[in-house]
Design a binder for this molecule. Structure first.
Ligand code: PLP
Length: 390
């Protein structure tokens, strides 16, 4: 084992087949997809094939509902800002306290421009308070933005009941599905309540810097970027061809591996969790253990600072983080604090995100290393003492 990577909620390893699919479009097939000549038309066809694959993964029959973007953050910005710009009589956003920073900071941006924002709370297990969500909706609410799966705990929100509440009031519903896509089945044909849905390729073994926004037909949305007529006038700019093709290939593979995620990867996650809890005194899983994506667990190690635990693991070639990569993990996680953990508890918590590349041998090794580090931590022995395990 060269190293063990358990930080798959931050990003995932690009699949070799995805890279192979991209390569020709970075070299020989470089033509502009809008050029009407044969070379351009061939590139255009590949982009449309990628759109079809993403549509299949999301379960929509209308590929034209897929708009390629530069990633999850741009999709989210387009969704929230685009709806507000298209609904001048409505100035209220409803979201949750546990959203990713890319949603929270769009809300902050809008709040600084005199929009109202309501942040719906969660309970100790990270479940959303649906009654509070219902009460927060007003005649001025333009958009409700809720994540499907939490990036730190993996907790899954009940998207259909939430959507029903939102649509009863005729409000646009945006779902940040960035941690859910490729990990749980998504069927937008059945979930008519979802108007907009954000996706990011690098969370399912695709390239970084490319994503998609699902825009249900008929949804009123202003484009974030002015320019050419690309993506049906919804996202201007020459397409990131190779990455879009890579995203299409990753989507195709994600559909194939969905079953494995829910069996083998789930078993590995459960084994890791059970092993840590059995071996290390004072550990606790954060979040609803039933309603979670299959690859994630978030664990508090009482009395052990996450920073030192992470350093200790790194010494043994194990790469994990304490929370969202984009926030740097230096302050207590806003997600865990919203769930009622104290700041010291939040600062003693680690997020493990598995992928289909992890093996049982890796999980056994991680449990062993962690048990030794935690023991040494409590007895005051240096972290490197666990080196004997390697
Ligand atoms: N939303 C969630 C839940 C995420 O986990 C992430 C990335 O970590 C994002 C949004 C941002 O996506 P991207 O990295 O593609 O901009």
């Amino acid at each position: 084992m060269e190293y063990i990577y358990l930080d798959n909620n931050a990003t995932t390893k690009i699949d070799e087949r995805v890279f192979a699919a991209m390569r020709p479009y970075l070299t020989n097939h470089f033509a502009h997809p809008s050029s009407p000549h044969l070379l351009g038309t061939k590139v255009r066809e590949k982009i449309e094939q990628a759109r079809d694959s993403v549509a299949v993964l999301l379960g929509t029959s209308h590929p034209d509902e897929i708009v390629f973007t530069s990633g999850g953050t741009e999709s989210i910005n387009t969704a929230i800002k685009g709806v507000l710009a298209a609904s001048p009589t409505r100035n209220h956003i409803v979201t949750t306290k546990v959203e990713h920073i890319s949603v929270l900071n769009v809300c902050l941006y809008e709040a600084n421009r005199r929009r109202q924002v309501t942040y719906v709370p969660v309970d100790r297990e990270g479940n959303l308070d649906l009654e509070e969500l219902k009460r927060s909706l007003t005649d001025y609410t333009a958009v409700v933005s809720v994540m499907w799966a939490n990036n730190e705990t993996g907790v899954v929100f009940p998207i259909e009941p939430i959507g029903e509440i939102v649509k009863e009031r005729g409000i646009i519903f945006h779902v940040d599905a960035i941690q859910a896509v490729g990990r749980i089945p998504i069927n937008l044909r059945n979930l008519c309540c979802i108007d907009l849905l954000s996706v990011s390729a690098h969370k399912f073994h695709g390239p970084k810097g490319v994503g998609a926004l699902f825009v249900r037909r008929g949804t009123k949305l202003h484009s974030l970027i002015a320019g050419g007529p690309q993506e049906g006038m919804r996202r201007a700019g020459t397409e990131n061809v190779a990455s879009i093709i890579g995203m299409g290939k990753a989507a195709e593979l994600a559909s194939i591996y969905l079953e494995e995620k829910n069996t083998r990867v789930r078993q590995l996650r459960d084994k890791l969790e059970a092993g840590i809890i059995a071996e290390i005194h004072g550990t606790r899983v954060n979040g609803n253990r039933e309603k979670r994506i299959p690859n994630t667990t978030n664990i508090t190690f009482s009395g052990c600072g996450a920073g030192k635990l992470l350093k200790g693991m790194e010494t043994h070639g194990i790469y994990v983080t304490s929370g969202a990569a984009c926030t740097g993990g230096l302050s207590p996680s806003h997600v865990l604090v919203a769930m009622g953990l104290t700041p010291p508890e939040a600062l003693s918590s680690i997020r493990f995100g598995l992928s289909r590349y992890n093996t049982e041998a890796e999980i056994d090794y991680v449990i062993g290393v962690l048990a030794m580090i935690a023991k040494n931590f409590k007895t005051g022995v240096g972290l490197s003492a666990a080196a004997s395990l390697k």
